[in-house]
Structures are given as structure tokens and as C-alpha cells.
Design a protein around this ligand. Structure first.
Ligand code: AKB
Length: 313
């Protein structure tokens, strides 16, 4: 896809770091500008351009749009659910103003396509818990979830009002080994693999039978690129697409790990994040994503567990 120049804001984060590298392999290193308040190290820093950027600085995003003649913006910068409950004003400012800044720059500068992630957190305690439909009751009661739901409305509004080609996915919990997540409720599903490999035990802050929708990073990246590559007229949902791969509880992931590390010890010390998890769906109906742009996941719990344990040193 020649002629594209992409800005990825939040490039040092869990999803941003891997997405930047995949976009660079697809569009050419110099055509994908990584941006974050946190300076990256390693291959992300060495493989292409980096700009220090606070997503709250709209003028600087506009400057970068001119400097690089941007055609696409991915805004991956966010404060996640658990940290958001501790710093509600900051979470709201970062998640909402950050989104509106990128939508506005995209509109003003004639950006061709924009990506912004939503989350299963946009659902709430009154949402049907099993096979949560694409269109359903959404009454989130975390600040992060409220910002994601409001953000979805803003994205759809920019599409309807200005024709801005903005696309979005409601990510489930994302599991990866390259870059740590930070401040999420689903982070346990990453920590458990690192602790299993490094110490043989893990104390989980989520109760043993709490089911949450989850996805392995390669699937999350594949879905994001697939959605962004799909022809605009196939994108029927302009708020955000449900996306699913697997659903598991801490107990189920513990059992999957025990197939590789039989002495693995899993104990529980439940904290405030349990209450957040209880307001989210247990499983997701993603038939719209499968029908509209051909989404198919590859990893289930066992396949992901084998891969995670193989890669963690
Ligand atoms: C979180 O736990 O806050 C995130 C999410 C599900 O969006 N991982």
C-alpha cells in the first residue's frame, strides 16, 4: 500500500508497540511514525521514526500531520480500567480529550483513516453477560468504560457528520509477552504466565471462576490490520466492533499452565479489580466482525499457553 504515512500514538504501550512493528513491516519502516510520552528502547526505537508526544497536545499532533504528510492516525493512548478508578479525572481527560484531539486533527488535515480502540469495558452490569451482542444495553460503571462508550459515540458522530473514516474494535483482555500491560483489570492473565515461568506460583487478584473474554496478541494485531485494510463500504459498524477469541477464568488458565508446569501453584487474594471484572461480559458475540470483514481467530487457551510459555524466559 504505497503512499501511506501513519502516526501511531501510544507506541510504547502493550498493543501499540507490537502494532507499530507490524505496520512498519507492512508499510515500510520510515512510513510509520511511533509517538508516545514514554521514549521507547530496542527495535521500536531503532527501526523507524519516533516523536515524543502527549496526546493532549492537539497543536503538536497537527504539526506532526503536516511534517509527515500523514494519511492515517492510530490513537492507542489510554488509561486503563484499574488505574482509571484511582485517577478518574486524569483518566477522563486522557481518554476523552486525547480521542477528540485526534478526531479533530484527522478532520482538519483530511486524514484518510483513523483507528481508535474501544474495550469490553464499554459494557456494564446490566449488559447480557453471555454472548454479549454487538448492539445491546451499555451502562458501564467504571470511568474507563464510560470513556470508551462515550468515545464510541464520538467516533460514530465524526463518521456521520464529517465522513471521517474512523474504525474501532472493542478489545477483550489482551495477552502478550513482549510489552507489559499496565493498569488493566485483565492484566492477571499476562502476569500469571510470567510468574509461572519465573517462580512457579502466582497469587491472583481475580476470583477463580470469573470468566472474561480474552485474546492473544497476534490475533488482536491481525484483527486490527484486517479491519483497517477492509474496504470502507464493508465497515457497517462505525462505533466499535465486538471481537472474540476465547473466554476463561483464572482457574482455567491455571489448569492450562499445569499441563506444562505440573507443580504450578495458584492462590487467590481478591482485590478491587474483582468488582470491575464482575461488571464485564463473560463472552462476546462477534458475528458482525466475522460477517463484515472476515474476522477469524487463531489462538485458543491451550495454543496461547504453549506459545506464551515457550517465549517467556
Ligand atoms: C483493562 O483490563 O482495563 C483492559 C481492557 C479490557 O480494556 N485490558
Amino acid at each position: 500500500m504505497p503512499g501511506e504515512t501513519i502516526l501511531l500514538i501510544g507506541a510504547s504501550g502493550q498493543i501499540g508497540a507490537e502494532l507499530t512493528m507490524l505496520l512498519r513491516s507492512q508499510y515500510g519502516n520510515s512510513n510509520v511514525v511511533a509517538a508516545d510520552i514514554k521514549i521507547p528502547v530496542g527495535e521500536l526505537a531503532e527501526s523507524g521514526p519516533f516523536e515524543e508526544l502527549n496526546v493532549l497536545d492537539r497543536n503538536r499532533i497537527a504539526e506532526l500531520a503536516d511534517k509527515y504528510k500523514l494519511t492515517q492516525i492510530y490513537n492507542m493512548a489510554a488509561m486503563l480500567s484499574a488505574t482509571g478508578e484511582k485517577f478518574p479525572q486524569k483518566a477522563w481527560q486522557l481518554n476523552m480529550d486525547g480521542l477528540i484531539n485526534t478526531l479533530e486533527v484527522a478532520r482538519e488535515k483530511g486524514i484518510k483513516k483513523m483507528y481508535w480502540p474501544s474495550s469490553i469495558a464499554a459494557f456494564g452490569p446490566t449488559t447480557p453477560k453471555t454472548d454479549t451482542p454487538q448492539i445491546t444495553i451499555m451502562e458501564p460503571n467504571t470511568i474507563y468504560g464510560i470513556s470508551k462508550q462515550a468515545g464510541e459515540r464520538w467516533c460514530e458522530w465524526y463518521f456521520l457528520k464529517y465522513g471521517l473514516d474512523v474504525r474501532s474494535i472493542r478489545y477483550p483482555g489482551i495477552i502478550s509477552y513482549k510489552t507489559e500491560p499496565g493498569g488493566g483489570t485483565t492484566d492477571y492473565a499476562v502476569d500469571i504466565y510470567f510468574k509461572a515461568k519465573q517462580t512457579g506460583k502466582y497469587t491472583c487478584y481475580i476470583a477463580e471462576n470469573t470468566l472474561l473474554p480474552m485474546m492473544y496478541m497476534p490475533d488482536a494485531i491481525k484483527a486490527t490490520l484486517q479491519l483497517m485494510d477492509a474496504p470502507a463500504d464493508t465497515i457497517k459498524v462505525r462505533s466499535s466492533y465486538n471481537l472474540a477469541a476465547m473466554t476463561f477464568s483464572p482457574k482455567m488458565v491455571g489448569e492450562a499452565i499445569k499441563k506444562h508446569i505440573p507443580d504450578f501453584e495458584l492462590t487467590y487474594d481478591v482485590d478491587f479489580r474483582q468488582k470491575i471484572a464482575e461488571t464485564w461480559p463473560g463472552s462476546i458475540d462477534d458475528s458482525a466482525a466475522r460477517a463484515d470483514w472476515g474476522w477469524q481467530h487463531e489462538y485458543d487457551l491451550d495454543k496461547m499457553t504453549a506459545d506464551m510459555l515457550k517465549h517467556i524466559k
